[in-house]
Write a protein that binds this ligand. Structure first.
Ligand SMILES: Cc1cc2nc3c(=O)[nH]c(=O)nc-3n(C[C@H](O)[C@H](O)[C@H](O)COP(=O)(O)OP(=O)(O)OC[C@H]3O[C@@H](n4cnc5c(N)ncnc54)[C@H](O)[C@@H]3O)c2cc1C
Length: 342
């Protein structure tokens, strides 16, 4: 076990964490990013991005490497394959970021950018064809399915709303839901049923993603009432059965929305109930989750953290100098009463 001291400790080297690291290091804070895998976050699960400004088409992996290189060039440390167990604030105001190898990182401020995970269907072929037909993000990937038959799985607001969005791209959208009615709001359902490009299949689950030569070619379905199976000739599958923000590593009271996303102060990204702790990127409650918004959040959080650290260290210095003066006064009065020479 080792204790490491930094001005700023960031959990997660996705786009939010690496941007925060760049800004933290450039603000001359000693900055470390702890990453349980390789740097990149969801970029490593994205084949091509077509909406990162200045790159009309870029491989997620290449963009991740550039983010990491830039943050390191600025002076930030990125420590890979370190899993953070929890982040907690101590009584003296410092934070402890505790890793499962026993190491503890102590810092006056932390930024948590641990992202989240789209809930998977867990069916054969799903992971094999992820990025090759299977996606969890319509804004990101719709463009790759122009004039194709797109399947969507889910029954909540995200599935219903994104089906409408995907119908602007695909030749046809088939929405598959395991129950016989949707959880989505009425207005979204009304739009769904009015959309001539969307076909709805109820009481049905997706059982297997089929493919050939590394690309998805269809989806095997099973009707849960009759047990009957069929194959849908879709070449794209968008899964919207939930997204789980990785908030479990934060110790302390957090406000969150009904989906579990952390509510932060909108000016600074600070967690209102834990001064000095900032949350940025996909973990945060906000309208959308993209690489650009994650990078924007990371920027704001690091600039706010810099101000926080300055204020915190100044307060500590004043506290120490007040304690020293008090100690001196006690020592002097003791010397006076005992007649000792100063
Ligand atoms: C399939 C897919 C395709 C996408 N395509 C696009 C696109 O084309 N364009 C676009 O703009 N956006 C796209 N997105 C969204 C974009 O990738 C995310 O919005 C962005 O990556 C969020 O960045 P983040 O840093 O908040 O989180 P993440 O990218 O999720 O990074 C979080 C990091 O934290 C690490 N971590 C988590 N827990 C711990 C722990 N306990 N200890 C240490 N490390 C930890 C993770 O390993 C990860 O590296 C896509 C998302 C998906 C899922």
């Amino acid at each position: 076990m080792a204790i490491h001291e930094f001005d700023l400790v960031i959990t997660g080297a996705g786009p939010a964490g690496m941007t925060a690291a760049l800004y933290g290091a450039r603000a001359l804070l000693s900055t470390v990013v702890l990453e349980r895998g390789e740097p990149g976050g969801e970029l490593l699960n994205t084949e091509y991005l077509e909406n990162f400004i200045s790159y009309p088409k870029v491989l997620g992996r290449d963009l991740a490497a550039k983010f990491a290189e830039h943050a390191r060039q600025a002076g930030a440390e990125i420590r890979e394959f370190i899993n953070v167990e929890y982040v907690a604030k101590r009584e003296d105001g410092f934070f402890e970021t505790v890793c499962d190898n026993g190491d503890i990182y102590v810092s006056p401020s932390v930024i948590v950018t641990a992202g989240g995970t789209p809930v998977k269907l867990g069916i054969p072929g799903e992971l094999e064809y992820a990025g090759r037909g299977v996606s969890y993000c319509a804004v990101c990937d719709a463009n790759f399915f122009k004039q194709q038959h797109i399947a969507v799985v889910g029954g909540g607001d995200a599935a219903v709303e994104e089906s409408g969005y995907l119908s602007n791209y695909g030749s046809k959208v088939t929405l598959i839901h395991r129950r016989n009615e949707f959880r989505a709001s009425r207005i979204l359902q009304q739009r769904l049923f009015e959309n001539p490009k969307i076909n709805v299949i109820l009481d049905t689950v997706a059982e297997e993603v089929l493919g050939e030569n590394g690309l998805m070619t269809g989806l095997r379905l099973r009707n849960v009432e009759t047990g009957e199976t069929s194959v849908l000739d879709a070449t794209g599958l968008f899964v919207f059965v939930g997204f789980k923000p990785n908030t479990g590593i934060i110790r302390g009271h957090l406000e969150h929305d009904k989906m579990g996303y952390v509510i932060t102060d909108s000016m600074t990204m600070m967690v209102p109930s834990v001064p000095g702790m900032f949350v940025a990127g996909d973990m945060r409650a906000q309208l959308t989750r993209q690489v650009t918004t994650a990078a924007g959040d990371g920027t704001t959080a690091a600039i706010a953290a810099e101000k926080y650290v300055k204020g915190f260290m100044e307060a500590k210095r004043e506290q120490r100098s007040a304690q020293t003066s008090e100690f001196r006064a006690i020592a002097e009065s003791h010397a006076d009463t005992t007649g000792l020479a100063r």
